[in-house]
Each structure stands twice: as C-alpha cells, then as structure tokens.
Design a protein around this ligand. Structure first.
Ligand SMILES: Cc1ncc(COP(=O)(O)O)c(C=O)c1O
Length: 401
C-alpha cells in the first residue's frame, strides 16, 4: 500500500514508538475527512465504513454540527457543573424528549455512562426496591461489550478485555445472550437491573432472537427490575430507528447513550431515565468535571435536532436493505447480521481472516474493522450516498472474489 516516497511508514513508526500498544490499527494515517470520506498523509482517499464505531453516524464534519461547535468555541467551553451554563437545559430537554424520559445525566465517554447506569441501578435497588445493603446484583449477557473500566471488565467474558485486570468487582450475573429462560431464571429478589446491548456490536453485530427483548422487558416489569439498554453503539439512528430496541417496540427504564451523541466532535455520553430512577442521585454522589460541558451540550443539542427530523433513521433503514442484500450475495460470505446501515459479516475462514480482509479492503480504499476471527463490521456514516455504498460493495466483492 506504500510507495517509495510515501509518508505513511514514518508516520506509523512514530505513532508506534510513542504509544502504548493497546490498539492494532490498520496501516492508514488519516489527515482530513468529509462526510463518508477520509484522506491519508499520502493523499489517498478511503470510504470510512467504520465511522468511529458509530460515533460518526452523521459523517465527518457534518456542517450543522461543525457550525454549532465553532459558535460555542467562540463563546464558552467549560464551566464545570459547579455553575449552570446556558447550553445545558436545551441539550437535556432535547435528549429527554427524544428518549421520552423525564431526566438526563450527561457524562463524557460510553464507559462512564455505563458506570453511571450501574451506580443508579444499585442505589435504586437499595433505596426504592429495598435490597439489603451490599447485595444488589445486575444481570448481564455473555459476549457483552460495555467499555473498559475495571468494574465493566469485571463482567466481560472476553479474556483479552478481562484477564490480569482483577481483582474484579462483584455483583454481576452473566447469562447467555438471547436466552430468555436463562435470564428469567437468574432473576432473584436482589436483582436490581438487567443491562443489555439490544444488538451486540463488538461481539459481531449479533441480533437477539425475535421476542427476546420483549421477554426481557416483561420479566423485568414482573420482578421489579430495571431494564437498561446500552444503546451506545446501536442507538441514534444506526439501525434505522432512533434506538435499536424500538424494533421490538420495547421501552427500557434507562437508556445509556454515547458515541454519536458527540457528533464525532467531542465525547458526549448520557443516561436517561424517569424521575423515579434517576431521581435517586443527590448532590455529591456522582459527577464528572467535563460532563455536560457547554461545548458538549451545544453539539449534543444539534445531534438531537438532527435525529428529531427522522431523516437519518429513514436513510439508514433504506440503504441498510441495499447493504445487507449486497453483502449476502457475495462470494465467501458465510453470514450477514445486523439492521440498517450496520452489518457483521462472517467471511469464510478458508478464504482469509477478518484482519486480512480489512487490510485488503484498505488497500482498495474502504476502511472497516475486524472483530473476532473472520468477522468484519461495517457501519458506514448514515450520510453515505447510494453511489458510495455501491462503490464500497463493489470493492468488497472484488476483495472476496
Ligand atoms: C455497546 C457499547 N457500550 C459501551 C462502549 C464504551 O464506550 P467508550 O469507548 O466511549 O467508553 C462501547 C464502545 O464501543 C459500546 O459499543
């Protein structure tokens, strides 16, 4: 992929020399981007079909989001929550209304929002449900991915994410994803919450069996257990709906949001829930210096406005059909999962590994990322044009043929 006077090898070596090796990036060094396209240090252009793991749902440098960020940068960027700023209410009101919930608690990264949901659920369990002190448990699913903090990796089933990071936080029960009987059997009087991804992204875009999320909702309601939907990757238009859980007509007690909420510009995450749940927190019990800062709120409010139009959800649904049909018809493809503009593709392992597929796709001008073994994940920005989608599908076909 590199030529004699390419700047890529030096740029890669420099990055490698000065950073911890906690990622294994594709050998592409990006300098500029717009919409679904990025450009590297050598001037080569690529279609970005990863979109920052769905943080770039609205594409790179969406004009409305960039304008909101610029305007805010010129006025006010940080106050801390010690004071109130004029962007705060607008963002929180908009997001609460988008989620049809009473309250919003803004944070920064996805993992922080998950941690927030865990703390709120535990506190709700002790104060509202009446669980004995220190006994609260939360049910989670096998192959989950909720982030990288020590508490969250404590209930990961991925050895790479978990091993050697103990001692682990207790209080989590792990059940197979998609198995309603197992989940129902795991609920007892100390269960305060079920925490699930409505579609498991990192696991390979696994869609649970039809009726599963409805069954979980019913089991939670029946047993006075909070249903927490981690929509950090699946939410905000990615699957053709505002939230992936909507495909089953289910409303969780808490939404956990992140990634695209920051418009690909700043880290913005949040937990949303009704007052009887989020209202358990009192001053001093939780917070973050940067959570809900003016720049984050200005961008986040604009993200909410984009989603209120329904345009991106519709586009994802429509182009999602072309994406899935195109991928299913390809040689060397064993399975295609997902919804909307989101697909997990199992490539025949005899053909190549997921990593090899990603490297070859990058050489052909399409950026995607492998997950486990021979699975690759595609999540183009929702602003991708039909022509660019077809272009990428053609290149994927070429690599797999
Ligand atoms: C479902 C889900 N939850 C949580 C996270 C963690 O988000 P962050 O990397 O912003 O901490 C991710 C990130 O990929 C995710 O996909």
């Amino acid at each position: 992929m590199t030529t004699v006077d390419s700047r890529t090898p030096d740029a890669l070596a420099d990055a490698e020399r000065w950073t911890a090796h906690n990622y294994h990036p594709l050998p592409v060094v990006i300098t500029d981007a717009e919409g679904a396209w990025v450009t590297d240090v050598d001037g080569r252009r690529y279609l970005d079909f990863l979109a920052g793991y769905s943080a770039l749902n609205f594409g790179h440098r969406h004009p409305g989001l960039i304008a909101a960020a610029h305007a805010q940068l010129d006025r006010l960027t940080l106050t801390s929550r010690a004071f109130v700023h004029d962007q705060f209410a607008d963002f929180c009101r908009g997001l609460a209304q988008l989620c049809d919930k009473d309250l919003v608690l803004p944070m920064n990264t996805g993992a922080e929002a998950v941690e927030t949901a865990i703390k709120v659920a535990r506190k709700w369990g002790y104060q509202v449900k009446g669980v004995p002190d220190g006994q609260a448990t939360i049910i989670v699913a096998e192959n989950n991915f909720h982030g990288r903090t020590t508490t969250i990796v404590s209930f990961s089933t991925d050895p790479d994410a978990r091993n050697d990071f103990g001692p682990y936080t207790p209080g989590f029960t792990i059940v197979p994803y998609g198995d309603l009987d197992a989940l129902t059997a795991a609920i007892d009087e100390n269960t305060v919450a079920v925490l699930l991804e409505p579609i498991q992204g990192e696991a390979g875009v696994l869609v649970p069996p039809a009726g599963y999320l409805q069954g979980v909702r019913a089991a939670c309601t029946e047993n006075n257990v909070l249903m927490i939907a981690d929509e950090i990757q699946s939410g905000l238009g990615r699957t053709g709906r505002t939230f992936a859980i909507e495909h089953e007509g289910v409303v969780p007690d808490m939404y956990v949001l992140g990634k695209a909420l920051g418009g690909g510009i700043v880290p913005v995450s949040a937990v949303t829930a009704d007052r009887d749940v989020l209202g358990v927190l009192k001053p001093g019990e939780h917070g973050s210096t940067f959570g809900g800062n003016p720049l984050a709120c200005a961008v986040g409010a604009e993200v909410v406005r984009l989603l209120q139009t329904g345009e991106f959800q519709e586009k994802s649904e429509k182009l999602g059909h072309s994406l899935h049909e195109g991928l299913r018809a390809m040689p060397g493809v064993k399975a295609v999962r997902g919804r909307g503009l989101w697909a997990g593709v199992d490539i025949d392992p005899a053909l190549m590994t997921g990593r090899e597929a990603c490297e070859r796709l990058a050489e052909n001008g399409v950026l995607v990322k492998d997950t486990h073994g021979s699975t690759i994940r595609l999540a183009p920005p929702l602003v991708v044009s039909e022509a660019d989608l077809e272009l990428a599908l053609g290149k994927i076909r070429k690599v797999l043929s």
